[in-house]
Design a protein around this ligand. Structure first.
Ligand code: PLP
Length: 395
């Protein structure tokens, strides 16, 4: 044993502080497949904490495509895209996504996080400015920071406030106006048409992060741009392949020039290895399924309506959600954690979310239904939420 003082000792104090605030969480461990009824920590639970909206993580066609790809192409691509790691199937997925999104071109990244952070940081520099919704995703914020462009934050969905910021900026300055399509912790939608109007008026680059809208909103899951009829008005659309699409990855959809530029300047594209064949093949199969099996989206929205109505009838504060993400807002992080733990013991997994993921005093359970929940699953979850909510005085 060395007597060297631990230079990381300060982390223990930080962890103790998290514990005293009720913000310390242990990771729940999934045993088996990511299903809507799953086993975590040896406990069988109705899973309301997954982004697996359509049940695609275990869809037979995706699974088969991945297995076939492993047999035919192995398990890795061997390099970053720009050196020797661009496989024919990578190009095929991008071509399919471009058609699906009705844009000139698409580039796929390793994750949605890499797509956002890599794109914003590549196209802007310190002389530019970013106008960003206060609840935009962390990967957008990190991209903004990496770009060194100043960030002007407007209050959540407040188009007038965004306009006031734009009016004060020099006309010649390059501006990026950026919003989530679906906000990941509240489930409400960005005001796309009004923001597109602003972008037109002030000459902004318009960017939408559609991570939670891919496979959920728009025709066959084309996203919020399609949902709102804003085709041609959004310069940069980001989507994820990790949520409704069931596998892993993120993509940027836009003009040929944008994608060409990202091939040369987006650092995750240049410096991090491309997807293994199984991932890419599963994503291509997911697009086939989205186009040919509309029942998954229909069931998702049926379940969403049923579950939201149940939560409202119980008297929970579910915020402003318009999507399958429904927050149950309870206030203090410790209360949210206790509620989540009690529900888990009763067979319902609804993860608690506190600061810094949401604002202090806005801690919540975040529930997400999927297409593959049965009515019995959802009614069971509602009954248990009612019991625990009453026991803790939340309702
Ligand atoms: C999940 C999420 C991302 C990141 O996507 P990954 O593919 O999981 O990296 C980006 N933006 C938003 C709004 C998200 O919710």
């Amino acid at each position: 044993m060395s007597s060297r003082p631990d230079p990381l000792g300060f982390l223990n104090a930080e962890l103790d502080s998290l514990k005293s605030q009720g913000l310390y969480r242990t990771l729940r461990v999934l045993e088996g497949e990511a299903l809507s009824h799953a086993v975590y920590d040896h406990t069988s639970v109705v899973n309301l904490s997954s982004n697996n909206y359509l049940g695609f993580t275990t869809h037979p066609r995706l699974r088969q495509a991945a297995l076939d790809a492993v047999r035919e192409f192995g398990v890795g691509s061997g390099a970053v895209r720009t050196i020797s790691g661009t496989m024919a199937m990578h190009v095929e997925l991008e071509r399919r996504l471009a058609t699906f999104k009705n844009v000139e071109a698409v580039v796929v990244f390793q994750s949605g996080f890499a797509a956002n952070a890599g794109t914003v940081s590549a196209i802007l520099n310190k002389d530019d400015v970013i106008i960003s919704d206060s609840l935009n995703h962390a990967s957008i914020i990190d991209g903004c920071r990496l770009s060194k462009a100043p960030i002007k934050v407007f209050p959540h969905k407040d188009v007038d406030a965004a306009r006031a910021i734009l009016q004060d900026l020099p006309a010649a300055q390059r501006k990026l106006l950026i919003t989530d399509g679906v906000f990941s912790m509240d489930g409400d939608l960005g005001p796309l048409p009004a923001l597109c109007d602003l972008a037109d008026e002030f000459g902004c680059i318009m960017m939408v992060d559609d991570a939670h809208a891919s496979g959920v909103f728009g025709r066959q899951g084309r996203g919020t741009v399609d949902h709102f009829g804003c085709h041609g008005r959004v310069d940069i659309q980001v989507g994820t392949l990790s949520k409704a699409i069931g596998s892993l990855g993120g993509y940027v959809a836009g003009t040929g020039a944008l994608i060409d530029f990202l091939h040369h300047r987006a650092r995750p594209f240049l410096f991090s290895t491309s997807h293994p064949p199984a991932v890419t093949a599963a994503c291509i199969a997911a697009l086939d399924v989205l186009e040919s099996e509309p029942r998954w989206m229909e069931q998702l929205w049926d379940n969403t309506r049923f579950f939201k109505a149940g939560l409202t009838a119980l008297g929970f504060n579910t915020g402003m959600s318009e999507s399958p993400i429904t927050p149950v807002i309870v206030g203090e992080a410790a209360l949210a954690a206790t509620m989540s733990d009690k529900l888990f013991a009763k067979g319902v997994f609804a993860q608690s979310i506190g600061f810094p993921t949401v604002a202090r005093g806005q801690a919540r359970l975040r529930t997400i239904v999927s297409a593959t929940h049965t009515r019995e699953d959802l009614q069971f979850a509602l009954d248990r939420m009612g019991e625990v909510g009453r026991e803790l005085g939340v309702i």
